[in-house]
Design a protein around this ligand. Structure first.
Ligand code: GTP
Ligand code: MG
Length: 477
């Protein structure tokens, strides 16, 4: 990727808004932008102070008019210049805060392109920030996570990562490994000596402790993913048990149709909500039974699909009725999923208790490694037990409480894969020591683990890694 050209993009969403921002970055940012501005103070753009807002008229030549060289004013804007290296990208940057109409903003961008700027690729501003050392790769990813955050928890984790918490942890591990590598390589010069240069026990100790650090970080991967991406959740159960009522009660709206007629819900109804800081994507489904007609049959097929795709199940039962064979089948067939068993209609006289369900679960559980299950009693009608239900959802999904708000976690598959590779390389280096192999054999694996860790922060990076990271970004960021 070239850094010697100047890029521009609309940085705010296209549509009607109070303000719309066009961003320009690169060596010619000021020269190009000055062509379409006339500052009210009368100074040329190149002469104004950095990081200060100025009022300007935006003037462009009428499009396609080769003969008519008079420019027309299209807007009044506030302009700010941020000179290199004190800008987001580390380059000269100009930002035009125009009125937020799409015609104004596209006209400005077209004019900038005519004067020599190029339309930016998605994420190119942040990519330049990375290439100029303003951010590491985990911070660049955190910028995107900040924009996309939908719950306060995901925003908190993104902000923590943006401040460099994850990068700091990775860099610390790398420092330890670099220390080991330095000793191993120094040891190579003394071929007669073995790797006792640092002391074999000491060497093993450092490697083992870094392996443990990596393992601890890997343990946060599931929580991190759930916090960043949210969780597909299917509400399933027999007809009439109160699935749609539960959806409505959780959302505090009348989103889904509720009726006393079994088989009311036919299509999957989807809504999202935050439960204890986790984005839960709820899917209310058709009640599962022998279908009465072809429409219901299709509804049940979609229920089964939602059941299979969901990471979390809210299994709803009517606790005022004895369990039927269908209820038992549902309980037994769902053991491989994280689930909350919801005994609904607790406002009516009960026929099934939490204890009854626990007995059935104990009998049907295939092994102790099944995902977590919680049982709660609620009334979708009176809203009683709702808080317990939300707590159960959190407990089933997250392996640890989010009380330790400042604990560092990894949130992306990319981080997880790099850590797994680094862990494996350290494991091999320990094996090499145990087998009494030479220092250079051990060094190969230590160096490999260093590289894998470096991929996370981008201290070791390839175009391929960068392309993958920045492809997710929007234009203008
Ligand atoms: N007493 C009482 N009735 C409830 C409760 N929850 C739901 N109901 C009633 O149970 C009936 C069925 O509710 P729905 O929410 O439509 O049930 P569903 O599981 O979505 O049913 P299908 O869409 O047909 O599969 C309605 O008459 C609700 O008013 C509850 O907590 N207590
Ligand atoms: Mg329903």
């Amino acid at each position: 990727m070239l850094l010697d050209d100047t890029i521009c993009a609309i940085a705010t969403p296209i549509g009607e808004g109070g303000i719309g921002i066009v961003r320009v970055s690169g060596p010619e940012a000021l020269a190009v932008t000055s062509k379409i501005l006339s500052l009210r103070c009368g100074d040329p753009l190149e002469a104004i102070r950095s990081h200060q807002l100025y009022l300007a008229d935006v003037k462009v030549f009428a499009q396609d008019s080769q003969q008519d060289r008079t420019s027309i004013k299209i807007d009044e804007a506030l302009v700010v210049v941020m000179r290199a290296p004190r800008s987001y990208t580390g380059e000269d940057v100009a930002e035009l805060h125009c009125h937020g109409g799409s015609l104004i903003l596209t006209t400005v961008c077209d004019a900038l392109v005519r004067y020599g700027a190029r339309l930016a690729e998605p994420g190119e501003f942040t990519r330049r920030a990375f290439l100029h050392g303003r951010l590491d790769l985990t911070q660049a990813e955190a910028v995107l996570d900040t924009i996309r955050a939908t719950t306060t928890t995901s925003l908190h984790v993104a902000q923590q990562q943006l401040q460099g918490a994850l990068a700091e942890k990775i860099d610390k591990m790398r420092d330890e490994l670099i220390h080991v590598l330095a000793h191993l390589e120094a040891g190579l010069d003394f071929v007669e000596e073995d790797i006792s240069f640092l002391g074999q026990d000491e060497l093993k100790h450092v490697l083992q402790s870094q392996q443990a650090e990596i393992a601890a970080l890997l343990k946060t991967a599931d929580d991190g993913r759930i916090i960043r991406e949210g969780v597909m959740t299917a509400i399933v159960g027999k007809p009439n048990v109160g699935k749609s009522s539960l959806l409505n009660t959780l959302l505090a709206t009348n989103r889904a149709i509720v009726s006393a007629i079994p088989g009311t819900t036919r299509d999957v109804v989807e809504e999202s909500m935050s439960i204890h800081g986790i984005l839960v994507r709820l899917q209310d489904t058709a009640g599962i039974r022998e279908a009465g007609d072809s429409v219901e049959e299709e509804g049940i097929r979609r229920s089964t699909e939602a059941f299979n795709q969901a990471e979390l199940l809210l299994l709803v039962f009517d606790a005022s009725q004895h369990f039927s064979q269908e209820d038992l089948r549902l309980l037994r067939s769902s053991g491989q999923k994280k689930r909350v068993i919801v005994l609904n209609k607790s406002d009516l006289p009960g026929r099934v208790s939490q204890e009854d369900v626990l007995v059935i679960l104990r009998e049907s559980s295939a092994n102790e490694h099944e995902p977590r299950t919680r049982v709660v009693s609620i009334s979708a009608k009176t809203r009683s037990g709702l808080e317990q239900l939300c707590e159960a959802v959190r407990d089933v999904l997250l392996s640890r409480q989010l009380e330790s708000r400042d604990a560092v976690m990894i949130t992306r598959l990319r981080h997880k894969q790099a850590l797994l590779s680094a862990e494996e390389a350290i494991h091999h280096s320990l094996l090499a020591i145990e087998q009494g192999l030479s220092a250079d054999c051990v060094a190969v694996d230590v160096r490999a683990s260093l590289n894998f860790l470096g991929e996370i922060t981008g201290s070791v990076s390839t175009d391929d890694i960068l392309d993958r990271v920045f492809a997710e970004f929007c234009i203008g960021k």
